[in-house]
Design a protein around this ligand. Structure first.
Ligand SMILES: [Cu+2]
Length: 488
């Protein structure tokens, strides 16, 4: 029996209860490495209208792959929104994809009716967004948020950058223009006929999420980009459904982390690798001026291990549900081809302090809220034992309160937990992993590995109303790993 047939069989009849002897017959694929970086990187256009039209289009990607795609304004990824703090954002979302959808502005703090709560879906026609940009500069993003079908809609192409600028950040004179590159990293499955397809098996839905075997950066398979020997600002977004990347350079060079989900860090942090889970962003400074041989800098996802939790279930989750390489496998992402010096290379003089931030302190917290995430047999991915219900209020919070939320992962798979309407600060994590560089700044999504307890501190200042929090593994979210929070 080949693996695909085996997985279909497993999903249809046996659920997850399979004899270990059967499971160990699955072998893991090796590290994914493209033959070469053949296609130039594309950069999405800046949105220059007040219309976002979602449509269904048959796409050909890199002249060889086909996709039954969904696009904003016939662009893959969608156009980049670029706006300054204090400005008003107005856009009309038109839904022409033939199924329910609604847009969520990930990381943005907006009124509940502007947030893209799944109850606000439209199946046709349009939805008006109108809100003031009232938060820090940062790399945010937008994507659909309909209940149960967010995974396929994002996978098929509906996602774009939402970049906010402000005076504090502009004063730093970070690389800009052609030296500032927004890069959305996504993995995809491609069949032997070249079709990019979305067809999660039962184990993929119930365990790992949908893990692809090919990498797209800004919609281009394993691209290359020609750069000058100087520092660049890379705005990385993990727009994958389920795959976590461990961002690194092939030659082991270090790079500097400048920002996170909610904008600049207090101080720059140098590192050689950086975990980036679905939904998370990292603003990094990469210097191509020295240390690279052959004028090539290869961006990779370095292999990493997922802590096992719960013995056989942990092992099963790693081995089942894969069509692509397992979570933690090494991947090649893209190549930077370093040209000769053209004109003056401008060094970036980073200050000791990037941003003046005061995080809430633990003494300010009025309570600790436990958010237990688990996978229950025959039920699915739960939050505090429950699956998502559209209007049930799961957590009620008084506006202005500061709380500690403790995410407890009792399951065997990683969960990147995202809270709408806030930015929070990670306080602590149990287990073998410490706080990582991006977690020294504001976050809206935090990776909780199997067995970990992660504490975050958060002040609920957003307008009163109903918002969601959920796992950003989109197969988990679609399976019900989402809950409502109401600010009252
Ligand atoms: Cu999850």
């Amino acid at each position: 029996m080949d693996r695909k047939a085996f997985l279909k069989y497993a999903g249809a009849s046996a659920g997850f209860w399979l004899a270990p002897s059967v499971i160990t017959s699955c072998t893991n694929g090796g590290a994914y490495k493209p033959d070469s970086y053949r296609y130039p990187l594309q950069l999405p256009d800046i949105l220059d209208s007040d219309q976002l039209r979602a449509s269904r289009d048959n796409l050909t990607i890199a002249e060889q792959y086909t996709l039954d795609g969904l696009q904003f304004n016939e662009s893959l990824p969608g156009p980049t929104i670029r706006i300054k703090k204090g400005e008003r954002f107005q856009v009309q979302f038109h839904n022409n994809i033939g199924e329910e959808s609604i847009i969520h502005w990930h990381g943005m703090i907006v009124p509940p009716e502007m947030d893209g709560h799944p109850r606000d879906v439209i199946s046709e026609g349009s939805y008006s967004y109108d809100f003031k940009i009232n938060q820090r500069a940062g790399t945010y993003w937008y994507h659909p948020h309909p209940h149960r079908i967010t995974g396929p809609q994002v996978y098929r192409g509906l996602a774009g950058f939402f970049i906010v600028t402000d005076d504090e950040e502009e004063a730093l004179n970070l690389p800009s223009g052609e030296f500032e590159l927004p890069l959305v990293i996504q993995d995809r499955k491609i069949d032997s006929s070249g079709t990019i397809y979305y067809d999660p098996s039962m184990p993929e839905r119930m365990m790992t999420g949908y893990l692809g075997d090919h990498i797209l950066v800004n919609g281009v398979p394993s691209p290359y980009h020609e750069v000058q020997p100087r520092p660049y600002r890379l705005r990385l977004l993990n727009g994958s459904n389920a795959r976590i990347y461990n961002i690194a350079l092939r030659n082991g060079n270090s790079f500097t982390v400048l920002g996170s989900d909610g904008g600049l860090l207090p101080r720059p942090v140098e590192t050689t690798e950086l975990l980036l889970a679905p939904g998370e962003r990292a603003d990094i400074l990469m210097d191509f001026s020295n240390g690279f041989s052959g004028n090539s800098a290869e961006l990779i996802s370095k292999s990493f291990s997922v802590p096992s939790n719960g013995g056989m279930m942990g092992n099963m989750s790693q081995m089942m549900g894969q069509g692509g390489p397992e979570q933690g496998s090494e991947f090649s992402l893209m190549e930077f081809r370093i040209g000769n010096k053209t004109g003056s290379s401008s060094p970036v003089d980073l200050p000791q302090q990037l941003s003046d931030i005061s995080f809430p302190s633990q003494e300010d917290a009025l309570r600790i809220r436990s958010i237990e995430v688990d996978m229950e047999m025959m039920r699915g991915h739960t939050i505090n034992g429950r699956l998502f219900e559209m209007l049930r209020v799961d957590e009620e919070i008084t506006r202005g309160d500061t709380e500690i939320w403790e995410f407890i992962n009792n399951s065997a798979v990683p969960h990147p937990m995202h809270i709408h309407a806030v930015q929070f600060k990670v306080l602590s994590r149990t287990g073998n992993r410490d706080i990582i560089p991006t977690e020294t700044g504001w976050k809206d999504t935090v990776l909780v590995m199997p067995g970990e307890r992660v504490r975050v501190i958060v002040t609920f200042d957003a307008p009163k109303g109903l918002y969601v929090f959920h796992c950003h593994n989109l197969e988990h979210e679609d399976a019900g790993m989402m809950a409502n929070l109401e600010i009252t």
